[in-house]
Design a protein around this ligand. Sequence first.
Ligand code: NAD
Length: 179
Amino acid sequence: MSIKRAILLGRFQPFHLGHLAVIKQILSEQDELVIGIGSAQASHTEDNPFTAGERIMMITKSLDHEGIPRDLWYLIPLVDVGNNSLWVSHVRSIAPPFKTVYSGNPLVKRLFKEAGFDVREPPPFNRSEYSGTEIRKKMFSGGKWEASVPEAVTGVIREIGGLERMLDLRKSEKSVACD
Ligand code: NAD
């Protein structure tokens, strides 16, 4: 019997409870999951504060904490490519083989549909709060972001001085804008 293996693509800036719910939902439908960390080259900006390695720590520690066995999932970093029509081949050239793609991102869905993949949209889990954009906004403004991420993510952000980094980024991006 062939293994049902799917991929979930995301930036995970940061990994949050919506992503975790999506992963659990996918693993109830599939045998194995590849988690592709997109924009792996990006870090230290307001939209992409965390490195690929830091995002790998957030996801690994969160899934371990949930007791999701390691032989059910693979984590791979994926750098962006400057040409959207080559991106699907780029992902396929790096990821373990997969037949199904889970994404709510319109561009990701379009590119994989055109390449003939089975594309599925995960149901939304509290999107108003479990959203990378909203969580980053709260981190910048001193809001309560911790309730929207797994405990393990709070631990990683504390370990790397993530909040201080973000506040410095905001200062430096503002001072660049004033130049
Ligand atoms: P994301 O971290 O915002 O989201 C990851 C996935 O989780 C998405 O499918 C999203 O719909 C889903 N999700 C998030 N919150 C949810 C919630 N509360 N409930 C249910 N689902 C939720 O990442 P993204 O923006 O989708 O990442 C796509 C990646 O693919 C980016 O890194 C992008 O650069 C990359 N990409 C690259 C190219 C290229 O290099 N040419 C082209 C297309 C996409």
